[in-house]
Design a binder for this molecule. Sequence first.
Ligand code: DX5
Ligand code: ZN
Length: 216
Amino acid sequence: MKKLIAPSLLSADFSKLREEIEMINSSDADWFHIDVMDGVFVPNISFGFPIIKFIKKYATKPLDVHLMIVNPDQYIERFRDYGADILTVHYETCTHLHRSLNAIKELGMTAGVVLNPHTSVSVLEDVIYDTDMVLLMSVNPGFAAQKFIPQTFEKIKKLNNLIQKNKLNTLIEIDGGVDDSNAERLFEAGANVLVAGNSIFSSSDPKAMISKLKNL
Ligand code: DX5
Ligand code: ZN
């Protein structure tokens, strides 16, 4: 089973972004997690194309771009052009989710769907076949350093059942409040990819924290 770590750059020190990117390049991390917020779908605005272009220039690992924006369809191609390798869109923002996921795949990216904490795994029953990865939010999207929602464990179990029942290899990613107190249990429950922002970047040794989360 895959155990991947995706540090979230939302918590990075942007005054030394190049160094933060190099730190991740030389760490045990697997992906760069990049949070794009529009101030409409979520009550916060993060960053957009120029920053992603800069990250892509120096990153030696795949970019996992998490879109917290309304109308993601209209930007899918541009995110690919700016360097996204994995692109995730929120179920709550996609009227034609099947179309969005296939558009992402047709452009050569890994296609993921994100569920807010209140959205049931059952809504994926008829689209799981077209989904490379499901990202379960373990906080309400919009901000770093929030408290992990324990109900997430139950959702991982339900999602795992759905994936197994259909004999698929869909990855399960968890985002929000992940730290060294819950990472091991999350992997054990069936998560494949853990996103972590605050727990890595507020640590006195971020590289060591990445290794710890991965090898717990
Ligand atoms: C929240 C973002 C997360 C966030 C996670 O909306 O999707 O990726 O950066 O941050 P932590 O790990 O600090 O909860
Ligand atoms: Zn995220």
